[in-house]
Write a protein that binds this ligand. Structure first.
Ligand SMILES: *Cc1c(COP(=O)(O)O)cnc(C)c1O
Length: 402
């Protein structure tokens, strides 16, 4: 694609009905239409209000630890033959980019005069982040989590309870993330007067995909400035981020969509909604979803709990269709290799999710998809502490700890 063509696609506001091209929208029960409209109006007003934005930025600075640095990886760059810069979301309070979203939506909850937040969580990361923001802002917090996930992620269930949240195990369907989303939506219908539903990624009904992207664009806006400083006024050739629902990548891409940088989102091979999904409606939005021939939603499968969502945010489906961003995938083995490579060369143990972005980059530098000498900005969406025991059982033998 030509640079001029690349620049023509923007990450602007969605249409009035919340669409990015053919995707997005607001597919919710009638009882939730006014609630979504209320969130939209409240966010629109807050985002244009300098006081609100100052409170949001103030908490991101003093509580979450922003701006996060961009780290140049000298040793790994030499090994890959590119110039690799990492945007360090792993250095925020709670250890991932999720804090940017929950602080914004927590403040919005207060702004709407509500005292309670609910959220869905799969592995528990968004649940812990929401419980953190709720504790900070004095909000009641209820987290819906599939029963299977509560058993797999005991430690995060404990963390949420320690932070003062109530954790509700969801026993319907496959008792995992998509059932937790359904249950949270049902709960929101009956509690909408007092309660905000804090969705964890760029998904769900309008305005959530747009709002969450705006709350995460701080990643891309900061990174663009930092790259310009490091690269003598230039933008990187390539910008890479991992994609579960798509929030850290959307926030990153938002900062670079107006440049000529090539944008690549990396999904888990077992959850590749752009690669293997078809258009459909789930969780209030029209997007690309993993479905069987009868239209039943398939379970995504990945070693990384944060990437096993069977869909992708609607704006990514749009960017893929428009050709402005590319979507690739990485498999479990190469992800573990990339994780240990970064640990050994740079002293940074990444979360399994951003290790997918790195795994793709390693492969792409070796097969020539990314030319030698390219400048690359990769979003390090979170730190590896949460995955350490899982990685130990998967990798232990190789590092002599097994
Ligand atoms: C949750 C999570 C993700 C996936 O979510 P997105 O909305 O796609 O960003 C990626 N990385 C980390 C570290 C996470 O915790």
């Amino acid at each position: 694609m030509t640079i001029a063509g690349a620049n023509r696609v923007e990450m602007a506001e969605p249409s009035e009905s919340g669409r990015f091209g053919d995707y997005g929208g607001r597919y919710v029960p009638e009882a939730l239409v006014p609630a979504c409209a209320e969130v939209e109006a409240a966010f629109r007003a807050a985002w244009a209000d300098p006081d609100f934005v100052a409170r949001y930025r103030g908490l991101l600075a003093d509580y979450a630890g922003r701006p996060t640095p961009v780290t140049e990886c000298h040793r790994l760059s030499a090994e890959l033959g590119v110039r690799l810069l990492l945007k360090r979301e792993d250095l925020t309070h709670t250890g991932s980019h999720k804090i940017n979203n929950v602080i914004g939506q927590g403040l919005l909850t207060v702004e709407m005069g509500k005292q309670r937040v609910i959220a869905e969580t799969g592995a528990g990361q968004h649940g812990v982040a929401t419980a953190t923001a709720a504790a900070l802002l004095g909000l009641q917090c209820v987290i819906y989590m599939g029963e299977v996930d509560t058993e797999r992620q005991e430690l995060n269930v404990f963390r949420m309870r320690l932070l003062g949240a109530e954790v509700v195990p969801v026993r319907s369907g496959s008792r995992t993330l998509k059932d937790a989303v359904n249950e949270a939506m049902r709960a929101w219908v009956s509690e909408v007067e007092t309660t905000h539903y804090c969705i964890g990624s760029v998904m769900g009904p309008h305005p959530f995909p747009w709002m969450v992207r705006e709350l995460q664009r701080v990643i891309g806006d900061e990174a663009r400035e930092q790259c310009r400083t490091l690269l003598g006024g230039s933008d990187p050739d390539l910008v890479v981020a991992c994609v579960g629902g798509g929030s850290n990548s959307a926030g990153t891409f938002a900062g670079f969509v107006g440049t000529s940088a090539r944008l690549v989102g990396v999904e888990a091979a077992g959850g590749s909604a752009v690669g293997r999904g078809v258009p459909g409606v789930l969780h209030g939005m029209r997007s690309l979803l993993l479905q069987d021939e009868a239209g039943q939603i398939l379970e995504a499968e990945s070693i990384s709990a944060g990437l096993d969502y069977p869909g992708i945010g609607p704006e990514h489906a749009y960017l893929a269709g428009a050709g402005r961003a590319e979507y690739a995938s990485a498999g479990d083995d190469e992800v573990l290799d990339a994780l240990s490579l970064l640990a050994r060369t740079e002293g940074i143990i990444p979360a399994l999710e951003p290790a997918h972005a790195l795994a793709w980059l390693v492969r792409a530098t070796r097969d020539g998809t990314v030319p030698g000498g390219s400048t690359v900005l990769l979003t390090m969406s979170g730190r590896g502490d949460k995955d350490a025991s899982q990685v130990m059982s998967l990798l232990g033998d190789r590092v002599g700890l097994g």
